[in-house]
Unconditional design. Structure first.
Length: 142
């Protein structure tokens, strides 16, 4: 990098651990993996050590369809991080995944003007590499 080149600006990056590594590996492979209890069948996000429904520890990643609906959202107008300076306004949302009522994921909504986003809007996952080796699950209108 020369003195006139600027270092790339990345968003706040995840710090995977033993419990969350499967999720981030799935994102890098463009798969939305959510933890599922093999005992009662409920999905858990964020991942946990014990099922909050039946207390089983028999938990494993399961691939989701990537479909869902916007449960709630906000449109930030001020960047909280240097990465977002050129992105505001953008849509930060909670998406309820189609696989289970109450199974929600915090994400950005892309591919639509912020003013056109509505609660209940059908969305589907898309993946974006935001830094070398780091891919995030974002959602776009279905």
């Amino acid at each position: 990098m020369t003195a006139t080149e600027e270092a790339p600006v990345y968003p706040p990056l995840p710090k995977p651990d033993a419990l969350t590594q499967f999720f981030w590996d799935g994102c890098n492979e463009h798969k939305l993996l959510i933890q599922r209890c093999s005992n009662c069948g409920h999905h858990l996000h964020p991942p946990r050590i014990v099922c909050r429904y039946c207390l089983s520890t028999d938990l494993a990643p399961a691939e989701m369809s990537g479909r869902g609906v916007i449960d709630t959202f906000t449109i930030p107008l001020q960047p909280f991080d240097r990465y977002y300076v050129s992105k505001v306004p953008y849509v930060l949302a909670v998406v309820e995944l189609a696989e289970e009522k109450g199974l929600k994921l915090v994400t950005d909504i892309v591919g639509v003007e912020p003013d056109d986003v509505k609660v209940g809007m059908a969305v589907e996952v898309t993946f974006e590499e935001v830094a070398p080796g780091v891919t995030l699950p974002l959602f776009k209108p279905a």
